[in-house]
Write a protein that binds this ligand. Structure first.
Ligand SMILES: [Zn+2]
Length: 422
């Protein structure tokens, strides 16, 4: 097995800079972005004017948090099927390199410059380096994935095989006939390649030279990571980003979560209000990329996470996102507290007697109630469950153990908000 090349230094000096100095540098860049966007983007000017702010008013992080976030649904409405795209751009179409299309349809303009989407530092942290021959299995047309993730590889001096998705036999031929050391795609697809190669009688260690994979676009369970890493004797690292803004966060060698990118501002905010939350609290990922051509300032991604700002052994000083913990749409606010199914799932996991569960929120007579319905295989200490739930979610639930034979409707949401507001 080829061991992963040891990491030498960092791609961007901001990554290892003293936290306060890095924050000051980012804030300078942010102020330039805000001033530019206010002058050139109709959308951002309207949003700042609507909040009663001018660019000069944004002099601190607290001021920045007063800018209303831009939700995905708002973005869709603003683009208006493409007719409204111009009001989000600062230099019209002429300043762009490409425009992609995401479901919605939502259009994703790509501005000028190398590695516009900012993935190079993520690939560097994953261990990609000059001399790697990398097979790209994301799609190259319409959606940005293939080209967006090829740019950083070229930037790092890697050589790319633009294989695109599918054609597993061809993918295997490429990997075994050429000295392919890198893979970019989905981890689940790498598992498919492993199975197919074994069926063809290939030896995954002898016939493949894979060393590093960068995966994205799906949840990566640790079991899948381990399985594929062991199969090929390689390293797998994942990144998190969106088609609108590019790289938001990525894993380092230490696997302590996903370091936030140097090329933008990551905030964890209360869903709906955009109020920033302290490290450790779950909230919506709000990202501001330093992208002058298409400045999506405070874009609310709809993804939930929390920030970990404890030191990382890799030497990067940036805080880390603790994975993606669900969608902001799947939350409900009760008595001032947000309920996240992911947090409830953590509580449930501590009680092996529980086989299924659902949270139901109602408001009889205008008063919010929260009920946890449980299916259990054996008797449960409901008081202990309620106490644990309250400790984690800050709300005391009514706990109902369903009689045996009665089940929670399969496929129904973990959080059911049945409140009526008339
Ligand atoms: Zn690290």
């Amino acid at each position: 097995m080829d061991a992963a090349k040891p990491e030498s230094g960092f791609y961007n000096p901001l990554e290892s800079m003293d936290r306060e100095a890095a924050a000051a540098r980012k804030f300078d860049r942010l102020r330039r972005l805000i001033s530019h966007a206010y002058k050139r983007s109709e959308e951002f000017k309207a949003r700042l004017d609507g909040a009663g702010l001018t660019p000069d008013d944004v002099a601190s992080w607290d001021d920045f948090a007063r800018i209303p976030p831009l939700g995905k649904k708002q973005l869709l409405a603003l683009q208006d099927g493409g007719a409204g795209l111009a009001r989000l751009l600062t230099g019209g179409v002429a300043g762009l390199r490409r425009i992609y299309q995401s479901p919605g349809p939502l259009y994703d303009p790509e501005g000028p410059g190398p590695d516009y989407w900012g993935w190079a530092e993520a690939f560097y942290a994953a261990g990609f380096a000059r001399g790697d021959l990398v097979q790209m299995t994301f799609s190259y047309h319409l959606t940005p994935a293939g080209l967006m993730l090829e740019e950083p590889l070229l930037e790092l001096g890697c050589t790319v095989i633009p294989a695109g998705p599918g054609n597993t036999d061809v993918q295997i031929d490429l990997m075994t006939r050429l000295p392919v050391t890198g893979f970019v795609g989905m981890a689940s697809y790498l598992a498919v390649i492993a199975d197919k190669a074994r069926e063809r009688g290939l030896d995954l260690h002898r016939d493949f030279r894979l060393r590093t994979a960068f995966v994205a676009a799906e949840r990566l369970p640790e079991s899948l990571r381990q399985k594929v890493q062991n199969a090929f004797a390689m390293t797998i690292r994942q990144g998190y980003g969106t088609a609108d803004v590019g790289c938001i966060a990525y894993e380092c060698a230490a696997l302590t979560g996903m370091h936030v990118s140097s090329r933008g501002i990551v905030e964890i905010c209360e869903p709906g209000t955009g109020r920033p939350l302290p490290p450790g609290e779950v909230g919506e990922v709000v990202f501001t990329p330093f992208a002058d051509a298409y400045p999506l300032i405070r874009l609310a991604t709809g993804d939930l996470s929390r920030l970990d700002d404890t030191p990382c052994p890799c030497g990067r000083t940036s805080p880390r996102l603790a994975g993606i913990l669900g969608r902001a749409d799947d939350t409900a606010k009760v008595k001032g507290q947000f309920i996240y199914p992911a947090q409830a799932a953590e509580v449930v996991a501590a009680f092996p007697a529980i086989v299924d569960w659902q949270i139901v929120i109602q408001n009889p007579g205008g008063k919010d109630t929260i009920e946890v319905r449980l299916c259990c295989r054996e008797p449960l200490d409901t008081a202990a469950f309620a106490a644990r739930f309250q400790e984690r979610l800050k709300l005391r639930p009514q706990v109902t153990v369903l009689p045996s034979g009665e089940n929670i409707v399969s496929g129904s949401p973990k959080l059911l908000d049945e409140r009526r507001f008339e």
